[in-house]
Design a protein around this ligand. Structure first.
Ligand code: HEM
Ligand SMILES: *[C@@H]1O[C@H](CO)[C@@H](O)[C@H](O)[C@H]1NC(C)=O
Length: 326
């Protein structure tokens, strides 16, 4: 009697494992490359470090890359594909405007290929470079699983559905993030990524011309008009303003303090304060950097695990810009 119940307890405990085995379904796991490429995570970290010391804004780009890749259907490096052989690159979407440093993804990939050919996916590079970039910018360290596979195509037409515009309503932004499992608190924390980097005038002038957005601090608006004197910016000119003038290269809660002072750059940034759902979190994050970091880490992790391709789905690209040739 006692024996049979312990056997059934054992079966019960092993059931999820057995089911996973029989359905052939794989999941992300910690240290996925521990056998196939034990140095993988260390190589990525080293590359992120040395790129950061040469071009500090690479770390900023890795964080934006994770958002743009993972929120569009799957965390699968579809973002990195170039427009060739019938593929339309997601990078040509207006939502991708201003994205930079893609060539240095190839630098990271080359270091991995020389140590462990055809083993480490571009999707895992997107995820791990973002987490290592966050640390370089003074953000939290995030334990991340690996084992993502790369897509065999891109989703250009879906980009505008999944990636919000700078002037979308907060309620639509909240439901976009909710669809990938990030709650309101997590969404407020993720937008804290706008504590680093820059915004081109194209995405700001709607708040300056023909009249200044009343939710903008008047002095700050004057400064922005100086940065963006042209109501219809020429996209070829690199006219931009820094996201956070106080600590532009630190992933900290200065972003929320700026919002309280009506110095949010994008409409969507400032909306975090005016929307009753999100504004309590803005107050809390402005008051407590550790709380911001904890919530940022939690939400970025969820985003990084959005619908990954694993096991036999997808492939490990040899070059992050192109699908493998058959
Ligand atoms: C409602 C959601 C969001 C909207 C509408 C949005 C929009 C934008 C826009 C318009 C820019 C400026 C692009 C340019 O003109 O160069 C930008 C920059 C940036 N975004 Fe977001 N974003 C959102 C959420 C996020 C999230 C969740 C992250 C990451 C966790 C993120 C990371 C960044 C970073 C790091 C930059 C600076 C890039 C650079 O300096 O190269 N954004 N975003
Ligand atoms: C948002 O801004 C774009 C330009 O970036 C503009 O075409 C669009 O009409 C604006 N939408 C709203 C709702 O204001």
């Amino acid at each position: 009697m006692a024996q049979s119940s312990s056997i059934s307890a054992l079966v019960f405990l092993l059931l999820p494992l057995l089911l996973q085995f029989y359905s052939g379904k794989c999941e992300l796991q910690l240290n996925y490359y521990s056998e196939s490429c034990p140095q993988a995570e260390e190589i990525i970290k080293q590359q992120v470090h040395s790129l950061y010391y040469k071009h500090g804004n690479t770390a900023v780009s890795w964080i934006r890359n994770l958002f743009h890749d993972c929120i569009v259907k799957s965390c699968d490096a579809s973002l990195l594909l170039e427009s060739v052989n019938g593929i339309q690159s997601e990078k040509i979407s207006t939502r991708s405007f201003g994205m930079r440093n893609f060539k240095y993804v190839n630098t990271i990939k080359a270091a991995l290929e020389s140590a462990c050919p055809a083993t480490v996916s571009c999707a895992d590079i997107v995820a791990l470079s973002a987490r290592d970039g966050a640390v370089m910018l003074g953000g939290p360290h995030i334990e991340m699983k690996t084992g993502r596979k790369d897509s065999k195509g891109s989703y250009l037409t879906e980009v505008e559905t999944f990636i919000p515009n700078h002037n979308d309503s907060m309620s639509s932004v909240l439901s976009t993030f909710q669809a990938v499992g990030v709650d309101a608190q997590g969404t407020v924390a993720l937008l804290g990524a706008h504590s680093v980097g820059r915004v081109h005038c194209l995405n700001v002038v709607n708040r300056l011309y023909p009249s200044v957005d009343p939710s903008l601090d008047p002095k700050y608006a004057e400064y922005l008009k100086g940065r963006c004197p042209n109501p219809q910016p020429n996209p070829v000119l690199v006219e931009y303003a820094r996201n956070d003038r106080e600590t532009p290269m630190i992933l900290d809660n200065m972003y929320y303090k700026n919002l309280l002072n009506h110095k949010g750059l994008l409409s969507i940034d400032q909306e975090l304060l005016s929307d009753p759902t999100t504004s309590p979190y803005v107050q809390q994050m402005a008051a407590d950097n550790t709380y911001f970091h904890d919530q940022f880490a939690r939400a970025l992790l969820i985003l990084s695990e959005n619908n990954p391709l694993t096991g036999e789905d997808g492939e490990v690209r040899k070059d992050c810009r192109f699908v493998n040739r058959k």
